[in-house]
Ligand binder design. Structure first.
Ligand code: ADP
Ligand code: MG
Length: 255
């Protein structure tokens, strides 16, 4: 954790979400410190993606509070939450396959400045956009692919591009939903390294199934089972928690 730790970046207070009769998120409370890297693990259907949708504004909580720093954000529109400093990626890769890598990133940057209609904007605006797009290209290590179409990148490069687009708004808090899903061991290692770099100075919340990744990347872990956090702690604490072993980890992890 970076200096300035213990200032709270994100708080969940008794957050609930029901879809009709189905009570999916059942009272989640959690504080994330600034600079913390926090993993969510838990079985399929536990509610991890739903929780991310609630935080990023795709869904409104049925009850409870979500705060970004001091600011209540529960129920605000996704775009508003993004402007307040929180960005997220989705479980499914979300890029523009027919646009080049550069154009994809530039779109992200333009959105940050609200430049949907660029034709009548002053040239000074463009050079700032260019500069930031170049920076992002380098940060996600795709400079050599700047003119490659998004759809022609390898799978893991597409995910790097997507992470770049997520970073275009320069978020304080970054939510990534299974960014390494479907990657080879080598691609996973590469992406973990990239994420370590890119999350520096930010707060990271990540859903990830690969225990090696979780244990090596994250400061703390929360285990979500049937919409409730059954344990939160350091990797060591979670690893040795009997309830967690029973509920989720089974024999997959050496304990
Ligand atoms: N929009 C929705 N309407 C109804 N049920 C939903 C909706 N979104 C998710 N669910 C349900 O919520 C539960 C948790 O899903 P999800 O958050 O995707 O789990 P996870 O990401 O942990 O695998 C599942 O039972 C799923 O069917
Ligand atoms: Mg999910």
């Amino acid at each position: 954790m970076s200096a300035g730790a213990n200032k709270i970046a994100l708080s969940l207070r008794e957050v609930h979400k029901s879809f009709g009769e189905a009570h999916i998120i059942r009272g989640v409370s959690l504080d994330l410190s600034e600079g913390e890297r926090h993993a969510f693990i838990g079985p399929n259907g536990a509610g991890k993606s739903t929780l991310f949708h609630l935080i990023s504004g795709q869904f409104k909580p049925s009850s409870g509070e979500i705060l970004l720093g001091q600011q209540p954000i529960g129920g605000l529109a996704a775009e508003r939450i993004n402007r307040l400093g929180l960005a997220r990626s989705f479980q499914i890769t979300n890029i523009f396959p027919k646009l080049s890598v550069y154009e994809n990133l530039r779109l992200g940057v333009m959105q940050r400045f609200g430049l949907q209609y660029t034709l009548w904007r002053p040239v000074s605006g463009f050079s700032r956009v260019r500069e930031l797009t170049e920076q992002l290209l380098e940060q996600v290590r795709l400079t050599r692919h700047r003119d490659t179409l998004g759809g022609e990148l390898s799978y893991s490069e597409q995910r790097s591009l997507e992470i770049g687009m997520t970073l275009a708004s320069d978020p304080k808090v970054l939510l990534l939903d299974e960014p390494m899903a479907g990657m080879s061991r080598e691609e996973t290692d590469y992406t973990v390294d990239l994420l370590r770099e890119l999350s520096a100075g930010r707060t990271l919340m990540i859903v990830e199934h690969d225990m090696d990744v979780v244990f090596s990347l994250c400061d703390r872990i929360s285990v979500l089972v049937y919409g409730q956090v059954v344990a939160t702690g350091t990797p060591e604490e979670v690893r040795s928690n009997a309830q967690v072993q029973e509920a989720y980890l089974g024999t997959e992890v050496n304990v």
